[in-house]
Design a protein around this ligand. Structure first.
Ligand code: KGT
Length: 278
């Protein structure tokens, strides 16, 4: 299966981002991709709730989702939109950080709302409070995409190893981690975490990422780490997209999943044990 990872540098104007993103989807299709993956918050990277309130739409009215379903159908490919920031009808007014798997017939095959919220002070000057803006999901999602069983996760989820183990034990052979990683944590943790999740699960890890400098809020421009990554089930890095926006294709030999797991079958060796004393 040929996958394409789109590395984006989305701004805070969904209408301006859309033609750039769709141009890259077309390049991926031209390169023979059967599964096209985009990063977290493909439609809008913004840390301003006022701005988001102005430009974000509901799922049934979102131009990026509509364009993607159209493109999937026209080209007959699978598309994983890493996530869209969307308005919801929730009483507390928070947005959804929602990933979509679109089938080659243009139908939405699966949706996943990011479970773990990035409420973290990464340095003295850099704090994220994702749960203030977004309502977390509470359901893990596994879906078929062609020959692959795809586990859907997003960004900060990457730090919760049990989610990946659960998805793999439920049948995943490819795990998607669309992201908008911070530069500070990205330098230290991004690649080792992705390689660890691949090794632990015997899955391919596909992690399309936001990169570069995004719209400023409260005077501070937001940066993301880039380095979209594909990792094989044995842990080798198949692709590192560096820091420029672009399209990168990678061929996945899905038989490598069973190979890796037969060499080290740790996924089937869980045991029950007493928890440590408090
Ligand atoms: O802000 C939005 O609109 C969408 N959400 C994100 O981009 C989120 C929260 S700021 N980013 C992450 O989860 C980065 C995780 C990370 O960097 C780490 O785990 O170290």
């Amino acid at each position: 299966m040929r996958a394409a990872l789109l590395q984006l540098s989305s701004g805070d104007d969904p209408e301006a981002n859309l033609p750039v993103t769709m141009g890259m989807v077309q390049r991926a299709v031209d390169q023979g991709a059967q599964l096209v993956l985009t990063p977290e918050v493909t439609n809008c990277v913004s840390a301003s709730r006022t701005r988001q309130q102005q430009v974000l739409r509901h799922e049934n009215d979102d131009p990026t989702l509509a364009a993607m379903t159209g493109a999937a159908k026209k080209a007959g490919v699978w598309i994983l939109i890493g996530s869209l920031a969307l308005k919801t009808d929730d009483a507390d007014g928070r947005f959804a950080n929602r990933s979509f798997l679109i089938a080659p017939d243009g139908q939405v095959a699966a949706r996943y709302d990011k479970i773990h919220m990035f409420d973290v002070q990464v340095s003295e000057t850099e704090t994220y409070r994702e749960s203030a803006g977004y309502r977390p999901g509470d359901r893990a999602v596994l879906a078929r995409a062609g020959d692959a069983m795809l586990g859907m996760t997003i960004c900060y989820d990457l730090r919760f190893a049990h989610l990946y183990r659960d998805l793999a034990q439920a049948g995943a052979d490819v795990l998607a981690v669309p992201s908008a990683f911070s530069p500070v944590t990205g330098d230290a943790h991004w690649q080792p975490l992705l390689r660890a999740r691949a090794i632990e699960t015997g899955c391919f890890l596909l992690a399309p990422a936001q990169t570069g400098t995004h719209a400023a809020s409260r005077g501070r421009a937001r940066q993301t780490h880039g380095h979209s990554l594909a990792v094989a089930p044995w842990g080798e890095v198949l692709l590192d997209a560096g820091t420029d926006p672009g399209v990168h294709v990678v061929d996945l030999d899905l038989s490598r999943v069973a190979q890796a797991r037969s060499r080290v079958p740790s996924l089937t060796h869980d045991r029950d044990y007493e928890p440590p004393d408090a």
